[in-house]
Design a protein around this ligand. Structure first.
Ligand SMILES: Cc1cc2nc3c(=O)[nH]c(=O)nc-3n(C[C@H](O)[C@H](O)[C@H](O)COP(=O)(O)OP(=O)(O)OC[C@H]3O[C@@H](n4cnc5c(N)ncnc54)[C@H](O)[C@@H]3O)c2cc1C
Length: 343
């Protein structure tokens, strides 16, 4: 889907120069480090190449005139002059068409929908390694050209190579949203060995305290193979990302002059779809509006119908996928990958 959008924007060639088809490689380990699966892309396979987020953003923005730092606070449809947009700097402007492509916590969405994201029950804590080939050659070999993933009971560790020897590592686990406020109550960590003395379980975990977060993660994944734990041990900083979603099949009654796309319209678990959908929707909306200059609103209506149908299908797939990936039965995660790889 992403490549289709890049093609429409005339950016496919540049994308192919930057993207990494070898990044499609995927290795799955058991928690004891045994290699369970090791998929390598076939020569010439460009179905799902990887690209760094920053590179993709620069590619898409190109020569566009972006007004950075102009946060939108509110959108009011139906005023005499069109759709009113209020900005954080106190200014306001009216427009014929406002497209809310402003992500999970969209400020445009309340103008047309009362839906708000809810927590999935799965939290991700993200860290990263730099210069992995020189600094951690064993881990570099473990990760290979693409990703390595390890699935345990209600938890997982996933590491993905980016360009330039940078690796993103995600520790994922089922936990209440406030898991960090009392590690013993929510995660039962005091029943495990190895939590450093600087983590006070009753006082909770300070998510800004890098060493305390590292220590609690190492305890949470206690007993997993040493190289897997090393991915967390060498992480530079930790970003807390509880996973939120919008209701599956989120739709709204059409409001003239305002629409949504991407996460603002259909936030779903991060299983490799969200950015692709957002890009394709952007391209399709642009095409529809350009093709119907006389009646852009009708074009937006048709776009919404198409987006809802496709995004609804993916929201169901990714919701079911998250249930299987971070699940009480780790064989479910393996079975999911077997299904995806065989298709
Ligand atoms: C860990 C992780 C891994 C992922 N991996 C993948 C993957 O491999 N493939 C994939 O397809 N998807 C992936 N996703 C999902 C993907 O990141 C999102 O679906 C995608 O970024 C959505 O794009 P968007 O443009 O709708 O929203 P965003 O990327 O969130 O962009 C919204 C933009 O709006 C701006 N904004 C927000 N509020 C305001 C405001 N009030 N005023 C003005 N501007 C505002 C923000 O600054 C931002 O620039 C992943 C997500 C996560 C968290």
């Amino acid at each position: 889907m992403g490549q289709l959008a890049l093609g429409k924007a005339g950016l496919l060639e540049e994308f192919q120069t930057l993207s990494r088809p070898e990044g499609q490689a995927m290795r799955i380990l058991d928690t004891d480090g045994t290699v369970l699966r090791d998929w390598q892309p076939r020569p010439g396979d460009r179905a799902n190449p990887e690209i760094d987020r920053g590179q993709l953003r620069d590619l898409l923005l190109g020569p566009l005139d972006v007004q950075w730092g102009r946060g939108v606070t509110e959108v009011v449809p139906g005023t005499r002059d069109g759709v009113l947009v209020r900005f954080a700097d106190g200014r306001q402007e009216t427009f014929d068409l406002v497209i809310g492509a402003d992500g999970a916590w969209s400020r445009v969405r309340p103008a047309i929908s009362s839906a708000t994201p809810h927590y999935t029950g799965v939290t991700s804590v993200e860290t990263s390694l730099d210069d992995v080939d020189a600094r951690h050659p064993d881990l570099a070999r473990l990760i290979g050209d693409g990703s390595v993933a390890v699935y345990g009971v209600n938890r997982a560790v996933v590491a993905q190579r980016n360009s330039g020897g940078h690796v993103k590592v995600y520790a994922q686990f089922r936990a209440p949203l406030d898991w960090h406020t009392n590690l013993d109550r929510h995660l039962g960590l005091n029943r495990r060995a190895g939590l450093d003395a600087d983590v006070d379980m009753d006082a909770g975990l300070d998510l800004a305290d890098v060493e305390a977060v590292r220590s609690s993660l190492l305890t949470l994944f206690d007993g997993w193979a040493a190289p897997v734990l090393d991915l967390l041990r060498h992480g530079a900083a930790f970003v807390h990302r509880p996973l939120y979603v919008l209701p599956v099949s989120h739709t709204w009654a059409h409001v003239p002059g305002v629409t949504l796309l991407g996460d603002a319209a259909h936030l779903m678990p991060p299983l490799g779809v969200g950015a692709n959908l957002a890009m394709l929707e952007g391209a399709e909306l642009a095409e529809s509006v350009a093709a119907a200059p006389g009646d852009p609103d009708e074009a937006v209506r048709a776009f919404e119908e198409q987006m809802w149908a496709r995004a609804g299908r993916w929201a169901k797939i990714t919701a079911a996928g998250l249930e299987r990936l971070v699940s009480p039965d780790p064989t479910e995660a393996l079975a999911l990958f077997d299904d995806v790889q065989s298709s």
